[in-house]
Design a protein around this ligand. Structure first.
Ligand code: ADP
Length: 429
């Protein structure tokens, strides 16, 4: 199955978690959305979808590499019919004078044949607003927020017109709130006036979702833009209003039941996950892995865990957890080093995930960000359709491009309420 209709929207995201956040936002705003991990193979079969978010890891790599990967992703999206491509950056505009927002924005704009690109990281839902070109994180200007001490890209200037100009070959202008408040036509006219004056990018003010809706309507007919999930929301709402979305996009994404068995894995040791594992004990068989033994004799522990699961999954879901209280984690880390311990546990849980899928599991819930990433890599999953939210920021995912589809829930440790596992399994059918 290939995409029957051209994509309404293509996005290139500069990191994975940002890509998931954007894909979730687009889905909620009415676009069926697929998120891919890296630039997809040219022939990746995709279900019918309205938007694709290509997740790169290009935020902190050398600018020429970020440009090359982003151009590759853009070319793939255009080839699938995307008329508009948004470059998704962090809502705190994480970058340095060397890039990568400016160089990638320049390259995508030139490739699109546009004179100017609208740029805004505003995302009201998370307290990011832009006024007179200055980015605020909650009540604080960017350069007074904790981002001023970011280890990779300390943000020491809140004025994004200046920040972008320093890292861009283009001159940068401003679309101020007075213009945004007048509506999409005023924004479009201002963009054209700035382009005529030689600007190649324009920072746009936005404080509320309605401002992002105005910006979305102003640029949806253009070919390129740069923003965070907030601009994605504006574009998605504009497209949905034009009838280019899908009713119940999230439900449509999850589609038919996938059948098979269901299982949960927990590699997060966060307080929220520890509580969720404890709550699951009342509902399903839970195997607590001995992490110390797991490091000493991984093969034996993996085999025992798979036997535990295979003896029980026909009767209902099981949970296998390495999660432990902070003292136990610290003890293991001091014996083996925290990175080595972490990687070893991730590798074991990924091997268990692979064994579970080989045994017929098609619905898999995984707690832990790194744990999920390792398992997804091991399972060779490259693309997901984004379904309804189980908890804020954690949607049901349906694998795409795999002969036998799977449903997954991948959550960062701290996300979700105490009944997360039960809710996730319930929503996965
Ligand atoms: P979170 O989303 O809560 O940060 P992650 O999966 O990203 O969860 O990170 C948890 C890390 O802790 C992983 O590297 C995992 O392998 C490791 N880990 C899991 N269980 C244990 C344990 N019992 N002792 C030490 N480390 C563990």
């Amino acid at each position: 199955m290939t995409t029957a209709k051209p994509l309404a929207l293509g996005c290139v995201a500069d990191d994975y978690t940002g890509a998931s956040d954007l894909a979730n936002t687009l889905t909620k705003a009415g676009l069926r959305t697929v998120q891919t991990i890296g630039v997809p193979a040219p022939d990746l079969p995709l279900p019918e979808t309205d938007a694709v978010v290509v997740a790169l890891k290009s935020r902190s790599i050398p600018a020429p590499e970020a440009v090359a990967r982003s151009r590759e992703a853009e070319a793939w999206l255009r080839q699938r019919g995307a008329a508009h491509v948004m470059f998704k950056v962090c809502s705190t505009f994480d970058s340095t004078d060397a890039g990568n927002i400016g160089p990638v924005a320049d390259a995508l704009r030139e490739a699109a044949g546009e004179a100017i690109a609208l740029v805004t990281p505003a995302f009201p839902e998370t307290g990011r607003s832009v006024y007179q070109g200055n980015l605020f994180v909650g009540a604080l200007p960017l350069d007074e927020s904790p981002l001023k001490d970011h280890p990779l890209n300390p943000m020491r200037d809140a004025n994004l017109v200046r920040v972008l100009a320093r890292q861009s070959a283009s001159a940068v202008g401003l679309i101020d709130m007075a213009t945004v408040a007048k509506g999409p036509e005023a924004v479009a006219a201002r963009l054209d006036a700035l382009a005529a004056g030689g600007k190649g990018a324009a920072i746009a003010d936005a404080i509320f979702d309605r401002d992002l809706e105005t910006l979305g309507r102003a640029i949806v007919g253009r070919r390129v833009s740069v923003g965070a999930s907030g601009l994605g929301l504006g574009l998605a709402r504009a497209l949905a209003a034009d009838g280019r979305g899908t009713r119940d996009a999230a439900g449509a994404a999850v589609g038919e039941p996938v059948g098979g068995y269901a299982a949960c894995l927990a590699g997060s040791c966060s307080q929220a996950t520890l509580g969720q594992v404890a709550a699951a004990e009342a509902l399903m068989p839970v195997l607590h892995l001995d992490a110390g033994r797991l490091l000493a004799e991984p093969e034996a522990v993996i085999a025992e865990a798979l036997t535990f699961a295979r003896e029980r999954i026909a009767a209902g879901p099981v949970l296998i957890a390495s999660s432990a209280e902070p003292e136990a984690v610290r003890a293991l880390q001091s014996r083996h080093g925290s990175e080595a311990a972490g990687h070893a546990v991730e590798a074991a849980l990924s091997a268990i995930a692979e064994g579970l899928v080989a045994s017929g599991v098609r619905r898999l819930v995984i707690a832990g960000g790194e744990t999920s990433g390792a398992a997804v890599d091991r399972l060779g999953l490259r693309a997901f359709l984004v379904g309804p939210e189980i908890a804020a920021g954690v949607p049901v995912l349906r694998s795409a491009g795999r002969p036998e589809p799977m449903l997954l829930a991948l959550k960062s440790g701290n996300f979700g309420g105490p009944d997360f596992f039960a809710r996730a399994l319930d929503m996965m059918g």
